[in-house]
Ligand binder design. Structure first.
Ligand SMILES: Cc1cc2nc3c(=O)[nH]c(=O)nc-3n(C[C@H](O)[C@H](O)[C@H](O)COP(=O)(O)O)c2cc1C
Length: 208
């Protein structure tokens, strides 16, 4: 049986000290899969600028052919979108920054959530075009967002919502939350519990 095509998207600016990286290493060793890698520290995703936004609307909403200059303006987003569409399983590894997704991670989502490519509008409303795909969001955060604080999380909730919007059928999170709050236990124990979630997803999705 062939391996599910796997894409790892990471943004880990704390390098070797990153708790999220520990979750990603657990995924790598448990899955043992040859994944395609997108390191957003190195390969910085574009953001919409006037020329690319105009080109996107012209092509993806109005069905117009692009001029060479417009095609060039969309090339970065088109490359990232094609890469995502090749994947059956996507692993996103990112910390929480300011209660949300770090800007490069949000820019990656903005680059790949293209109408007619990963989602569309049908008679019944929005329709994800990526059914059958799976996504695992690996995240660490200093605080924990439950009870009255739950509404402060715009990181894990947004990542899951955006994969769901694109139609991913199975979207899971492994979240080491509260690593900077000693009252919740040691960072090692918090990361350890999230690593168990990673191993469970690998068992379910890769059968190992
Ligand atoms: C710029 C910045 C912003 C942060 N904002 C938050 C935040 O809003 N909420 C939170 O719980 N932790 C926040 N943290 C703490 C990180 O989420 C925490 O250090 C986590 O371990 C980062 O993941 P990493 O270990 O994979 O780098 C922030 C850290 C940095 C550097």
């Amino acid at each position: 049986m062939s391996e599910p095509k796997t894409l790892i998207v990471s943004y880990l600016p704390r390098g070797g000290r990153s708790h999220t990286r520990a979750l990603l290493e657990t995924f790598r060793s448990a899955a043992g899969v040859a994944a395609e890698e997108l390191d957003l520290l190195v390969d910085r995703p574009p953001v919409f600028l006037p020329d690319s936004l105009d080109a996107y609307v012209a092509r993806n909403y109005l069905g117009q052919a692009l001029t060479p200059a417009q095609a060039k303006a969309m090339a970065g987003m088109d490359r990232l979108t094609a890469q995502l569409k090749r994947a059956e399983i996507v692993v996103l590894a990112t910390p929480m920054h300011n209660f949300s997704l770090p800007a490069p991670v949000k820019a990656w989502f903005d680059s790949v959530i293209l109408k007619g490519e990963t989602w569309d509008m049908g008679p019944d409303g929005f329709k994800g075009l990526m059914p059958g795909r799976k996504a695992l969001v690996l995240m660490a955060s200093g605080g924990r967002y439950e009870g009255p604080m739950a509404g402060w999380d715009h990181a894990m909730s947004l990542a899951k919502q955006l994969f769901g919007f694109m139609g991913f059928s199975d979207v899971r999170g492994a979240w080491a939350s509260g690593v900077n709050n000693p009252a919740l236990g040691s960072p090692e124990s918090i990361v350890g519990a999230a690593q168990d979630e990673v191993r469970k997803a690998v068992r379910d999705w890769y059968g190992r």
